[in-house]
Ligand binder design. Structure first.
Ligand code: AMP
Ligand code: GLY
Length: 421
């Protein structure tokens, strides 16, 4: 089978690495891919916003399955264009991807179906938002821009002034909509499920590290490291999150005749009242995919194809290695602000000689080596029998990387180590 993978980050490198292990794979194409992905795939310069070009490419190369990695092409309807052309695709329609593309859409769906989530108000103008802030909410309070914002659309405000400033900044964008939310207290965890719109199958848990600095300090990022599984999501809590949050969501979209097909990534807060939904993503996380793929023991191509073809019910349940996987992101200096690109990146072979896997994100070939081309550059991923071993193995590999203009957090996994170490 020929497969086309859309995307070119660390998440897609992890997916490409795992897809390439399937005996059923003939050629993997990646658009645009990256130098790491190129070890497993033929990288092609296809513009994912040009749906007709993607469809034509898939038809010309007899692609059996298209796997869409990032959220933007999903929200933009690339999966719809492919399905309309009769091509199997892993990833939801634009209508179902609104679960990630519009926070207001998701909050309203939760409200209609009694799905536990923070209390909220949707606002379409700044005056209403400022008034709602005073009338309805205590502190802290959370202010969110409605649409896709690459992790930059959320402000957790501990005072009114910060909330007011965030509201004004978000409404400075034409056509903006804002959701104001009650602050949820607890520990965050990510639950992944595969669904073809009917069947729903858990696909692992993880915890991310969103802040740029050690001890969870500094600016929010796309994620500086992750580990899987997350022991804080006990089997009991996972069953509750499935029954109270995920399954009713999938059912609601099916009933609305916009079934969700793909991976649903539920960001949960484990509160004293039980799991509450923080947000949904319509795709795998980055770097969560890296740790999930390091543990996944099945055939990814057949797994994703069975989702795409609506055959998830007949798939043997996904199996994961009992090991813990941990990924440390190395970013270019300045991330998540303006970054220094062009810095030399070396030592990947030495890092992998320790047993780790180095997934590439923001890298570019230069001469016979690599240079940094984006914010997050590498995700050094290792497994171990427990969190302590996985962490030690990952940082042993990090020590082999020669990237003078890069940095990483030194404490990925700290919560889990404190709990279990
Ligand atoms: P989101 O983009 O919705 O994941 O929000 C980014 C981060 O903001 C989340 O990972 C949480 O750490 C935090 N956050 C979002 N909503 C809430 C909430 N209602 N209560 C507490 N923290 C929140
Ligand atoms: N690591 C968080 C995300 O992928 O959204």
């Amino acid at each position: 089978m020929n497969v086309l993978l859309i995307g070119g980050g660390g998440r897609e490198h992890a997916l490409a690495w795992k897809l390439a292990q399937s005996p059923a794979l003939d050629t993997l194409y990646a658009a645009p891919g990256n130098p790491g992905i190129a070890a497993h795939a033929t990288c092609v310069a296809l513009d994912a916003t040009d749906h007709a070009a993607v469809v034509a490419f898939a038809q010309a190369r007899v692609v059996r399955l298209v796997v869409i990695g990032p959220e933007a092409p999903l929200v933009d309807g690339l999966a719809d264009a492919l399905r309309d052309a009769g091509i199997a695709v892993f990833g939801p329609s634009a209508a179902a991807a609104q679960l990630e593309g519009s926070k207001g859409f998701t909050k309203d769906l939760c409200a209609r179906h009694g799905i536990p989530t923070a209390g909220y108000v949707r606002c379409t103008d700044a005056a209403t938002a400022h008034a709602a802030l005073r009338g309805t909410f205590g502190l802290p309070v959370v202010v969110k821009a409605d649409g896709l914002a690459a992790g930059k659309g959320v402000v957790v405000a501990f005072d009114r002034e910060t909330a007011d400033t965030a509201i004004d900044a978000m409404f400075a964008e034409p056509g903006a909509e804002v959701v104001i939310e009650e602050f949820l207290e607890g520990e965050e965890v990510s639950l992944f499920v595969l669904t073809d719109g009917e069947s729903v199958v858990p696909f692992g848990s993880a915890q991310d590290h969103k802040r740029v600095g050690d001890g969870d300090t500094g600016a929010n990022t796309g994620g500086m490291g992750a580990y899987s599984p997350a022991s804080v999501l006990t089997p009991e809590l996972e069953a509750r999150a499935m029954a109270e949050i995920v399954i009713p969501t999938v059912a609601a979209l099916r009933e609305a005749e916009t079934p969700f097909s793909g991976v649903l990534y539920a960001g949960l807060m484990l509160t004293p009242r039980g799991p509450q939904l923080i947000e949904y993503n319509a795709r795998f996380g980055d770097p969560e995919a890296q740790v999930l793929m390091a543990r996944f023991a099945g055939d990814l191509l057949y797994t994703l194809l069975s989702v795409a073809e609506g055959q998830l019910a007949s798939l043997t349940p996904p199996a994961f290695a009992p090991d813990v996987a941990l990924a440390v992101v190395m970013a270019a200096r300045g991330y998540p602000g303006a970054v220094e690109t062009g810095g030399r990146v070396a030592g990947i072979d030495a890092a992998e000689a320790t047993g780790a896997i180095v997934f590439q994100a923001g890298t570019r070939a230069s001469g016979d080596g690599l240079v940094a081309s984006g914010g997050r550059v590498l995700a050094i991923t290792a497994t171990g029998a427990d969190i302590g071993a996985a962490q030690a193995n990952a940082y042993r590999a990090v020590a082999q990387i020669d990237f003078p203009q890069g940095f990483c957090r030194r404490d990925i996994g700290w919560r889990e180590v404190a709990r279990l170490g």
